[in-house]
Design a protein. Structure first.
Length: 134
């Protein structure tokens, strides 16, 4: 009995975390749109279905899917595959509330050119270590 209660509590808490990250409601489907219900197993997306942000979806040729998230409608175009969150952010043309952005740009933003090797600097270095016979 205690194991069953503990399992139910863990299941409830994990469901809360899944839906806390944001869920998308399918408003309309045109053509063949599928989602990955288990690794390697696809199923058809249905109108009214709730998809989590981490659900992998696949839209077929000439297919579209309209999702609703925080009162906004997002259209996923044909021939797209990826997580709902990534496809929704790329279609929205920006960032959604609560998303995390990482940058691969390093260093400072100053306009300093120190440490950049140019053709003229490499040529001047080459003259110093070469013995010329004239």
């Amino acid at each position: 009995m205690k194991k069953g209660l503990a399992f139910a509590l863990v299941a409830l808490l994990s469901a809360c975390f899944v839906f806390a990250e944001g869920s998308y409601v399918v408003k309309s489907v045109k053509g063949k749109v599928q989602y990955e219900e288990a690794p390697g197993k696809l199923a058809d997306v249905k109108v009214g279905q709730t998809l989590s942000a981490s659900t992998v979806v696949n839209t077929g040729l000439n297919s579209t899917m309209v999702l609703s998230f925080d009162g906004e409608e997002i259209t996923i175009a044909a021939m797209k595959k990826g997580t709902v969150d990534k496809l929704a952010v790329s279609k929205a043309g920006g960032l959604k509330k609560g998303s995390v952005v990482s940058s691969s740009v390093g260093g400072s933003s100053s306009n300093s050119k120190s440490g950049v090797a140019t053709a003229s600097s490499r040529a001047s270095e080459a003259k110093e270590d070469v013995d010329w016979d004239e």
